[in-house]
Write a protein that binds this ligand. Structure first.
Ligand SMILES: *Cc1c(COP(=O)(O)O)cnc(C)c1O
Length: 396
């Protein structure tokens, strides 16, 4: 039996989400734009899903735009703000260096088009303060975009506070909440979030579907031209099965959020205690303010990628960073931004849990990581140099 502890990369679909999709494939095959009864049945199902999702986020159904996932929602939010800003001569955007590439690469594109992008420095836990944002807002600030929780190190950022201050200063605010939705309590109105991205496959829904929430009144720019779906904000026939699967998964995640969160965080505590017994190891990210299921830990003298492969041979699926950067040899931009030395960034492992994980699995992971780290160190020339005193140890 495999042990899956890479839930920040993606999650297994929940039985309720699978059931919703199967029923849909089987029976709800109409096009929601068709006026006949079979089309209207699909339109009704999409409407109901939209209403459920809006209820989970605390917004109006018309403020929900279905997209192909988190990346598209991030692109659309940022390009919308850029278009609104450009019309008013506002070309300054505030963000952080630890955002997902869907945000960072969109910002880089805007920079080439003449926007000035400012990345607020994060501390060694990956945190920023609302005051940093308040001090950096300028009269020409078109957008503040700050993620709700980081996908690599799990750090939770002070999004409600930033939302409130942006509302007061009348600056558009977007948050990439892909890692947070379904896991942390989010209410877009109470937290004064004007735009938010989410993705179904991070909360046990299907891949390839997500949402951009955009507060009423924001003239959302469509990335895809065509029919008038999503109120003219996203053309193309709705992905009806995925939308229904997403709604079922989100409803379930929100319903069981508290119990899942306490279960997952107690598994995580045990796991962290076990892993920190390994000499010369340290937790990356915030010790307190982090996603319930996330551990990111560095081990001195080894390559995270080798550790990952050694664990895979034991049937344990984890990650050496984010899934998106797995193919590149560079250490993670997030670990660099929190000031981790290159060597430790390369020796980092991310383990992300969900409520399906068991304490037996956690004990197996602790055993396997302990053994794999020891064996990799036995074969590591760098480790040997450290032990012989030729190179310093960086961690206790
Ligand atoms: C996974 C992820 C995304 C991308 O979502 P997709 O649906 O895979 O496009 C964006 N931001 C964060 C923080 C993520 O974890």
């Amino acid at each position: 039996m495999k042990i899956y502890v890479d839930n920040a990369a993606t999650t297994k679909m929940s039985p309720a989400a699978i059931q919703a999709m199967l029923t849909c494939f089987d029976r709800i095959y109409g096009n929601p734009s068709s006026l006949h009864s079979i089309g209207q049945q699909a339109a009704d199902a999409v409407y109901e899903a939209r209403t459920q999702i809006a209820a989970c986020l605390g917004c109006h159904p018309k403020e929900i735009i279905f997209t192909s996932g988190g990346s598209e929602a991030d692109n659309q939010a940022i390009l919308t703000a850029a278009r609104i800003g450009a019309r008013k001569g506002k070309k300054h955007i505030l963000s952080t260096p630890i955002e997902h590439h869907a945000v960072l690469h969109t910002l880089q594109r805007l920079q080439k088009e003449g926007f000035s992008i400012e990345y607020l420095p994060v501390n060694s836990f990956g945190e920023i303060t609302p005051k940093q944002v308040a001090d950096a807002i300028r009269p020409d600030t078109a957008l503040v975009t700050v993620m709700y929780a980081n996908n690599e190190i799990g750090t939770i950022l002070p999004v409600p506070e930033i939302g409130r201050l942006c509302a007061r200063r009348q600056v558009l605010f977007h948050t990439d909440a892909v890692q947070a939705v379904g896991h942390l309590p989010i209410h877009v109105k109470q937290q004064e979030i004007q735009m938010l991205s989410l993705s179904a496959h991070k909360f046990h829904g299907p891949k390839g579907i997500g949402v951009l929430y955009a507060q009423k009144g924001i003239p959302v720019a469509s990335l895809i031209e065509g029919g008038g779906q999503e109120g003219g904000r996203r053309a193309g026939t709705e992905n009806v099965p995925a939308i229904l699967g997403m709604a079922a998964a989100l409803k379930e995640s929100c319903l069981h959020m508290e119990e899942n969160s306490s279960k997952v965080s107690s598994l995580r505590s045990r796991l962290l205690d076990g892993l920190l017994q390994i000499p010369h190891s340290a937790l990356n990210g915030s010790p307190d303010c982090r996603l319930p299921g996330n551990i990111n830990i560095c081990f001195e003298g080894i390559e995270g990628e080798r550790l990952l492969l050694a664990l895979d041979q034991q049937g344990i699926c984890a990650s050496a960073g984010s899934a998106c950067t797995a193919s590149s040899a560079d250490p993670s931009h997030v670990l660099r931004a929190i000031g981790l030395p290159h060597e430790l960034a390369r020796g980092s492992l991310r383990i992300s849990l969900c409520a399906d994980n068991t304490i037996e699995e956690i004990e197996k992971v602790i055993g396997a990581v302990t053994q794999a780290v020891a064996s990799l160190r036995d074969h590591s020339p760098l480790w040997k140099e450290k032990c012989e005193g030729l190179k310093p140890f960086l961690l206790k």
